[in-house]
Design a binder for this molecule. Structure first.
Ligand SMILES: Nc1nc2c(ncn2[C@@H]2O[C@H](COP(=O)(O)OP(=O)(O)OP(=O)(O)O)[C@@H](O)[C@H]2O)c(=O)[nH]1
Ligand SMILES: [Mg+2]
Length: 307
């Protein structure tokens, strides 16, 4: 390129801003990848934005990206509010599944508290069907005590399906409103443990064909790309109703959720924002996207990407 050509090119860039969107695109793509949004999804979004967004103002350009991100959630809207199901089924059965340490037990307690807050007359029954990890029974019992809720416990090593059955049976005979079943953390790669989950579902159906009414897959939002695989494998073994995304109170922006919602059309119902009973919020796609892709002047603090 000769001197005049270079100058012309530079001027055109300055005046028409033709290149500025490309610069922005690159920065936004890098940013989203650093928040754990899967690479292929970022690329797809970039292509859509390029086609649809003509504006050269950074604010409008960001708004265009946000609209694309939001559209992903429109394709996976929850058909029901899990909590209000207790008005429909008595008892409503909620099953909590996920890999080790994602926050299942804490989510059982937090969801029980949420039900109690919304329906003060209800008494959810907690069911400790984690017989795999020593101390798991005790952990849920402490929550039951704190929240003043009934609990069904089992023995270490016992068949978790039997405890789930016992729990639902008790709730049916005592006319309780809800049954919240905690399960053992399991690696999605261990088939016998995954088969056990399918067995819990089969056994519940012997007492109530429509149970479980909700199966929450609990995902640790800091988990990175592995979250996709977790959603994929758990969905193969039992019908997942949607996601509880935990540990959203840390530095993570939880970009992996976008990947899960996009790929599996699973709604995100709640986010966990801490370790207390009150730390469970209904998920808001708008707020999530606002935090995932903030205004450019807030970009100085890079989110920490998970390996
Ligand atoms: N900061 C924060 N910590 C959380 C959140 N949810 C759970 N935790 C913590 O994460 C750890 C694991 O939570 P649990 O509820 O025991 O997880 P789990 O899935 O039942 O674990 P396993 O039964 O061992 O598979 C605990 O220390 C919780 O207090 C959250 O939303 N934010
Ligand atoms: Mg647990």
């Amino acid at each position: 390129m000769g001197f005049w050509q270079r100058l012309f090119h530079r001027l055109r860039k300055t005046f028409t801003g033709t290149n500025s969107n490309a610069d922005w695109a690159e920065r936004i793509e890098e940013w989203l990848i650093s928040t754990d949004v899967p690479l292929d999804l970022v690329e797809t979004l970039a292509q859509q934005v390029e086609k649809q967004c003509r504006s050269t103002s950074p604010d409008e350009y960001i708004a265009c990206w946000r609209a694309q991100l939001l559209a992903i959630f429109q394709n996976a809207q929850p058909t029901q509010d899990p909590a209000t199901l207790i008005e429909r089924y008595k008892p409503t059965v909620y099953l909590f599944v996920g890999v080790n340490g994602t926050g299942k037990t804490t989510s059982v307690a937090r969801f029980a508290h949420l039900l109690q807050t919304r329906y003060p007359d209800s008494r959810p029954l907690l069911v400790a069907a984690d017989t795999f990890r020593a101390g798991a029974q005790e952990q849920l019992a402490i929550w039951a005590n704190r929240l003043n809720l009934p609990i069904i416990q089992g023995q270490y090593g016992q068949d978790p399906a039997a405890i789930a059955y016992q729990g639902l049976h008790k709730a049916q005979t005592q006319n309780l409103d809800a049954v919240l079943i905690d399960t053992a953390g399991r690696l999605h790669t261990r088939q016998p443990l995954m088969d056990q989950l399918a067995k819990i579902v089969r056994v519940l159906k012997k007492l109530d064909e429509s149970a479980p009414h909700i199966t929450f897959l609990v995902i640790d939002a800091t988990t990175g790309q592995n979250g996709i695989r977790q959603a994929e494998v758990f969905s193969q073994y039992l019908p997942i109703s949607g996601i509880i995304a935990t540990k959203m109170d840390g530095t993570t922006r939880g970009g992996i959720l976008l990947g899960i919602v996009h790929q599996f059309r699973l709604p995100v119902f709640y986010v966990g924002t801490g370790e207390r009973a009150t730390d469970l919020m209904p998920f808001s796609p708008e707020e999530y996207i606002q935090a995932l892709l903030p205004a450019p002047h807030q970009w100085e603090t890079q989110p920490t990407a998970q390996p």
